[in-house]
Design a binder for this molecule. Structure first.
Ligand code: ITT
Length: 212
């Protein structure tokens, strides 16, 4: 089987773990960090532009097709915040815990029915020859009042997807990957990769996280 090497332009270990588990085994995903590539600052105000900034830099530096994910949480009662500022919502150097505490503080007193939110992910693909593509995924849900669960990363302990009793952090990696914004975006991005590499990607992706 031919193995296609791509560079994953993210420094977030949670994203790397999920993307590696979701990518079919015909792709070898090396990270920008593993190649010694430093990603540029995300200076745009849309997920798409920020994803392109990261993917363009990684494709140019590596000579490989690059895949970047820019994502975040949009909370309706906060006018869509934290959105593109999700990673640093509680300030530069903020931990996941700090971001969650800030969000819960801002939502204090907001009843459950008005705590609607969604995770959005935009995946940018950039080839060294200049080809570019974008793919988006969204998962709707609610922000609960107290964090629950230990899995995943970021805002997972306070995000309960619609139709589930559990937060993302209470799900196994596999369960989250069946419905997440990132999984949906990647599924669309795979169609582009299939075209660019002129290959047929089998449906069966890795079901374990052991290669992270
Ligand atoms: P890279 O830019 O290196 O990819 P980052 O964490 O800075 O890493 P983003 O700018 O895209 O990435 O910020 C995304 C933030 O949104 C992330 O740090 C989390 O706080 C949150 N987020 C995105 N997807 C998430 C998910 O599946 N579960 C929980 N939180 C998520």
């Amino acid at each position: 089987m031919t193995i296609y090497r791509i560079v994953v332009a993210t420094a977030n270990p949670g994203k790397i773990r999920e993307l590696r588990a979701l990518l079919p085994s015909c792709f070898e995903a090396v990270t920008a960090g593993e190649l010694g590539i430093k990603l540029p600052p995300e200076t745009a105000d849309t997920f798409a532009e920020n994803a392109l900034i990261k993917a363009r830099a990684a494709a140019q530096s590596s000579g490989l097709v690059a895949l970047a994910d820019d994502s975040g949480l949009e909370v309706d009662a906060l006018g869509g915040r934290p959105g593109v500022h999700s990673a640093h919502y509680a300030g530069e150097g903020a931990t996941d815990r700090d971001n969650i505490q800030r969000l819960l503080k801002e939502l204090r007193g907001v009843p459950l029915e008005r705590r609607t939110a969604r995770f959005r992910a935009v995946i940018a693909l950039v080839a060294p020859d200049g080809r570019e593509a974008l793919a988006e995924g969204v998962v709707e849900g609610r922000i609960i009042e107290e964090p629950r669960g230990e899995s995943g990363f970021g805002y997972d302990p306070i995000f309960q997807p619609l139709g589930s009793e559990h937060t993302f952090a209470e799900m196994s990696a596999e369960e989250k990957n069946q419905r997440s914004h990132r999984a949906q975006a990647l599924q669309r991005a795979l169609l582009v990769l299939q075209d660019w590499f002129s290959c047929s990607i089998e449906k069966s992706s890795r079901s374990d996280e052991s290669r992270s």
